[in-house]
Design a protein around this ligand. Structure first.
Ligand code: KG4
Length: 338
């Protein structure tokens, strides 16, 4: 029987990545990260991201093919991130995928970036339905209810900033380097919750809001400095992280009371946060709800998760036409409608 080989491509933000899964087994995983370049600007510069993707995409694909020791003619399908993400960055990955699809007549599978993060959990153990996916990243904060495979319903979301965005903005105000979430997590471990910050959004819904919290940290810091005092960065990091993570934990607890779920999974960049990881495990310990915490390598952008979703959709024959375009704000609920 012919081998089933899925090539995955990811370029939605600041990682250019390519991975190959052969008969369900990961055989190549190449990532070129742009993080050092964006650090200079304190965040991802979209124009620079697109240019670097363009420079790197060919090299990354070639390296993955060489590592896997496969030829383009051998590929069963090409899975590529179509959105959400930065428009120019997404275009680079999609155009590379479409070019290979056209030349070698290989089916093209459009992958939703956040579905990729959710399905990355299958590298730990199989997803069990119904489940609640806690999607927390630099661009998204969503509670996603899934009754079955590839069936996504948003039951709660941010009304303004994403949780990762608030970590990054607060970190910048505190003079910490990008990506700020990592720094706040590190400093919070050595700090205490001494600063009072308001807990946002008490509307009883499953939604969250992070913009007010960010403003509260900025105002608090200015007030302290105006009094001629210095801010204790570690305590500020801990106080902010407790409130930011506490908010999402509160909504997860509410959601699992309203929706009967078998499993809760974490997904996205902020799922690397050590406090969030331990809190999710703590609240579901000794309950019937199973928890999957993604391995750290799955919390950052990669193409393995894209190939994984592609592998699944290959069976379903979810193939796109070559006229497919990117969708920078693709809603996960509209997945498979393109
Ligand atoms: O998933 P991701 O790469 O972003 C999007 O594709 O949108 O996640 C990046 C985000 C950044 O905001 C970064 O600060 C945050 O994830 N992050 C963390 C941690 N590691 C990364 N936030 C809190 N704690 C961490 N340990």
């Amino acid at each position: 029987m012919k081998d089933r080989i899925i090539l995955g491509i990811e370029s939605s933000c600041d990682e250019t990545a390519c991975a190959i899964i052969k008969n369900g087994e990961l055989i190549a995983n190449v990532i070129s990260t742009q993080i050092e370049m964006h650090k200079k600007y304190g965040g991802v510069m979209p124009e620079i991201a697109s240019r670097l993707h363009l420079e790197n995409i060919g090299v990354v694909i070639k390296e993955a093919m060489e590592k896997a020791n496969v030829q383009f003619e051998d590929l069963s399908a090409i899975a590529v991130t179509r959105g959400p993400g930065l428009i120019g960055a997404l275009h680079v990955g999609l155009q590379a995928a479409k070019t290979l699809s056209l030349i070698y007549n290989i089916p093209l599978i459009p992958v939703h970036h956040l579905a990729g993060h959710i399905y990355a959990n299958e590298f730990v153990k199989p997803l069990k339905f119904p489940l609640l996916a806690v999607v927390v990243s630099g661009g998204n904060t969503e509670l996603v209810y899934m009754e079955k495979h590839m069936d996504f319903k948003i039951i709660g979301e941010t009304k303004d900033d994403a949780i990762g965005e608030s970590f990054d903005k607060v970190a910048r105000v505190m003079g910490l380097p990008y990506p700020g979430g990592v720094e706040i997590d590190r400093l919070a471990k050595e700090g205490e919750h001494t600063y009072h910050l308001p807990i946002p959004m008490h509307d009883g819904s499953l939604n969250v809001s992070y913009s007010g919290l960010k403003t509260a940290v900025i105002n608090l810091k200015h007030n302290i400095e105006q009094k001629g005092e210095t801010v204790d960065i570690k305590n500020m990091a801990k106080s902010f992280q407790d409130v930011a993570v506490g908010l999402i934990i509160d909504r997860v607890q509410k959601a699992t009371k309203q929706y009967k779920v078998e499993q809760v999974v974490l997904a996205g960049g902020v799922s690397a946060n050590s406090y969030l990881r331990s809190e999710i495990q703590r609240i579901f310990k000794n309950t019937a709800i199973d928890v999957i915490i993604p391995p750290l390598w799955c919390t950052t952008d990669n193409a393995v998760m894209i190939a994984k979703v592609g592998d699944y959709l290959y069976d379903e024959k979810v193939f796109a036409h070559l006229s497919l375009g990117v969708d920078p704000s693709w809603k996960i609920e509209n997945y498979l409608k393109f």
